[in-house]
Structures are given as structure tokens and as C-alpha cells.
Design a protein around this ligand. Structure first.
Ligand SMILES: NCc1[nH]cc(CCC(=O)O)c1CC(=O)O
Length: 325
């Protein structure tokens, strides 16, 4: 019987679609192996109103799957597929990101309620209600479009879209990641793609990250065949930038990155105050060939943001977060 590799995933439609991408990519390289997807509900799927990135010191989205990664029982798995943007910059000591795969469209998009004819942010009436729970999205939009209202919306993509279409809820539109919609065949919901200077996307958005045990050399050799090197360099720089700014709290950081075929990496990044009035913006362009160079570029971008006042903006955001809890 041929060897079976077990791929862990959360249960949402998007998570399973992403695990299937990794399974298919691996199968193309290793046709003699079987790849099986194992789904598991995580605390994050059930708790929808807590701080989204951490709960009792553990990652809300990954702990249950990480338990299967270290387990030696019949339930054990070999890897976990994540949206890279949901993976904390610091993982528990026994795990690592074994590979980052090719990135889908990383941009955020506008999804307007289907019975409304508006095609873009600039067409929306002034009192429009924008559904998002992301500080990054809200702060950037408030800066450019102070006339809009913002209302929190939670749940997975399908839940959010259902809330948008329910007139009782009062949303005019949502801001979502293009990649999530495209991967579950809901690209036709997209009304407008957003980019700088309206909305810069989240670190790692659109890329898939595969988590494995640090000492699992076998699975690492499989992943070495499917990693995308340019995406790895871009996302390494973005994650280094975020890590440098974090100090234990998630930060509402926007990025927009491109890498040319000859390795010139360009990253624009911003941190905006929640009310949209203060902004720190930094942009760098340099040749990056190694992960170490990507890490350095991320740190330099963080330094650029800090010299623009990002530290004060972030302190204020973290203070507000603490006083809400
Ligand atoms: N916050 C949840 C989340 N995590 C990853 C994606 C989309 C896929 C991706 O960004 O890779 C989404 C939905 C969204 O933000 O619209």
C-alpha cells in the first residue's frame, strides 16, 4: 500500500479549499503518495467575539490542529494548511512554516449588496455602512473616506455574505480578501479591487502557509518541492516587518508588495490611527535574493514606519484594545 500523507485543515469551506490546493500541488509532484485531508473545528470557529488572534496565550485558530501534529495516534497529521495571514509571526517552539506557496491576488475587495448598483467606493453614498471587523481596513478607509460608517461583521465568508444580503442588518457593502472569495468560487461577488492609496492589504494575505513539526525532515523534503520562492521572499519581508512592530500584540498594518523577475522587492506599508487622522507610511525598493535579506528589509521598513510616528499610533490602538476587554 502506498504511503498516505495527512493534511490538517479547519472545517470552513475556504480552509478545505486551501488544503485541497496543497494536496493537489503535492500530488502533482509525488503521484505515488496519497494525500488525505483531515478537518478539525478550532476554538476560533466557535468564539466569534474575542480578540481574534490569541486566547489564553494560545493561537485561537491553530492549537487543536497543532495537537494532531504532535500526536502519534491514528488521528495524527503531517502538516496544517493555513491562510498565511492568520499565522502568528511567532509559532510555538516545536513548529515551523515548512513552505509558503504561490500567492493568489492579495488585494482587498469591495462587495456591494447585490440589489444596489454602486460599483466603487467613490460611487457609494456618504452614509453607506461598510461591514468589516478589521482595524486595518477601517482605519485606512476612514482616512480616505471619512463620510462612511463602519459596522463590525463576523463569521466566515459565507456568514458575512448572508449578513450583507439581509436588509435588517443594514450593511451597504463588505470589505473582504479577494483570495478567499476566488478560492471558493465567489469571485462574481467582487465589485471593486482596492489598492494603494485606498486600502493596503494584510501581511501574508492571499498566500498559503504550511505548518509542520520543526524536526520533521521527511515532510520538509516534500514541501521543498512546492514552495514558491518569490512569494516566500515577499512574505518573509512582510512578516519580519510585522514582527518588529508587534511586541506581543497584533498590529493593523497595511502592505502592498511586488517582486520583479530579477528580484527587486518593492514594499509600501502603512499604519493608520483608528480615527483615520494620523498615518505613518514607508516605502522601500531593493534587490532581495535570500530570506535573511528579506528579514532585514522588513526590519528597515518597520524602522521607517516608527520614524514616521507608528509607535504612538500603535500605543494608542493597544491602549484602546486593553480598555475594551
Ligand atoms: N480574516 C479571515 C481570513 N483569513 C484569510 C482570509 C482570506 C484568504 C487570504 O487572505 O489568504 C480571510 C477572509 C477575509 O479576510 O476576507
Amino acid at each position: 500500500m502506498s504511503k498516505t500523507i495527512r493534511i490538517g485543515s479547519r472545517t470552513s469551506k475556504l480552509a478545505v479549499a486551501q488544503a485541497e490546493i496543497v494536496a493537489a500541488t503535492l500530488k502533482a509532484q509525488f503521484p505515488d503518495y496519497n494525500f488525505e485531508i483531515v478537518t478539525k473545528t478550532t476554538l476560533g470557529d466557535n468564539v466569534q467575539n474575542k480578540a481574534l488572534y490569541s486566547f489564553g496565550g494560545k493561537s485561537l485558530w491553530t492549537s487543536e490542529l497543532e495537537e494532531l501534529l504532535v500526536s502519534s495516534g491514528p488521528e495524527s497529521i503531517d502538516m496544517i494548511v493555513h491562510s498565511l495571514k492568520d499565522v502568528p509571526t511567532t509559532l510555538p517552539d516545536e513548529f515551523k512554516i515548512g513552505a509558503v506557496l504561490d500567492r493568489a491576488d492579495p488585494r482587498d475587495v469591495l462587495v456591494v449588496r447585490s440589489d444596489l448598483a454602486y460599483k466603487s467606493l467613490s460611487e457609494l453614498p456618504p452614509d453607506s455602512v461598510i461591514g468589516t471587523s478589521s482595524v486595518r481596513r477601517t482605519a485606512q478607509l476612514r482616512r480616505r473616506h471619512p463620510q462612511f460608517q463602519f459596522k463590525v461583521v463576523r463569521g466566515n465568508i459565507n456568514t458575512r455574505l448572508a449578513k450583507l444580503e439581509d436588509p435588517e442588518q443594514g450593511y451597504t457593502c463588505l470589505i473582504l480578501a479577494a483570495a478567499g472569495l476566488l478560492r471558493i468560487d465567489l469571485g462574481d461577488k467582487i465589485t471593486q479591487y482596492l489598492s494603494s492609496p485606498d486600502v493596503l492589504y494584510a501581511v501574508g494575505q492571499g498566500a498559503l502557509g504550511v505548518e509542520i513539526k520543526k524536526d520533521d525532515e521527511f515532510t520538509q523534503t516534500l514541501l521543498d518541492k512546492i514552495r514558491d520562492i518569490p512569494t516566500t521572499l515577499v512574505c518573509t519581508a512582510e512578516r519580519s516587518l510585522m514582527k518588529k512592530l508587534e511586541g506581543g500584540c497584533s498590529v493593523p498594518l497595511g502592505v502592498e508588495s511586488t517582486i520583479s523577475p530579477d528580484g527587486v522587492l518593492t514594499i509600501e506599508t502603512c499604519v493608520i490611527s483608528v480615527d483615520g487622522t494620523e498615518a505613518a507610511i514607508s516605502k522601500l525598493s531593493r534587490t532581495v535574493k535570500t530570506e535573511d535579506e528579506a528579514v532585514t528589509m522588513g526590519k528597515d521598513l518597520a524602522q521607517g514606519l516608527l520614524s514616521q510616528g507608528a509607535g504612538t499610533i500603535l500605543e494608542k490602538i493597544n491602549y484602546d484594545k486593553l480598555s475594551q476587554n
